[in-house]
Design a protein around this ligand. Structure first.
Ligand code: AMP
Ligand code: ZN
Length: 115
């Protein structure tokens, strides 16, 4: 996906503050953090969103989920963290390359406010 923002980050065409990288996965700090620690885990393979995930992606997605707590700990989140995957316009997704937000530190409010 030549004009995808996160694919450009994967290809080093746009800089990022890298947290982790291997052959399949890249993690980098969010440019507009909502908490003291806020980074994203993305597959290097372009998938628009979680809605496009198929059986062929099970191992890749599993690796990303297992990496999340390890990287969170490395970033100093000893007391827990939040993971968020926004999917599609209805889920508030803005960048259409699948990503897992890892958010923590400070006071994390309840995810859904009930009135
Ligand atoms: P989402 O709303 O789940 O699609 O999240 C997209 C996230 O990407 C937002 O939290 C943005 O702050 C973040 N973002 C956008 N551009 C960049 C960039 N160049 N580097 C790092 N994070 C970015
Ligand atoms: Zn992409």
């Amino acid at each position: 996906m030549s004009d995808c923002l996160f694919c450009k980050i994967v290809r080093d065409e746009i800089p990022c503050r890298k947290v982790y990288e291997d052959d399949e996965v890249l993690a980098f700090h969010d440019i507009n953090p909502v908490a003291p620690v806020h980074f994203m885990l993305i597959p290097k393979l372009h998938l628009d969103s979680l809605a496009e995930a198929e059986d062929a992606h099970v191992a890749l997605l599993g690796r990303m989920l297992v990496l999340a707590p390890r990287l969170a700990k490395q970033q100093g989140l000893d007391n827990g963290f939040r993971t968020v995957i926004n999917t599609g316009r209805g889920g508030g997704q803005e960048v259409f390359h699948l990503h897992i937000h890892v958010i923590g530190g400070g006071n994390i409010p309840p995810m859904v406010r009930r009135s």
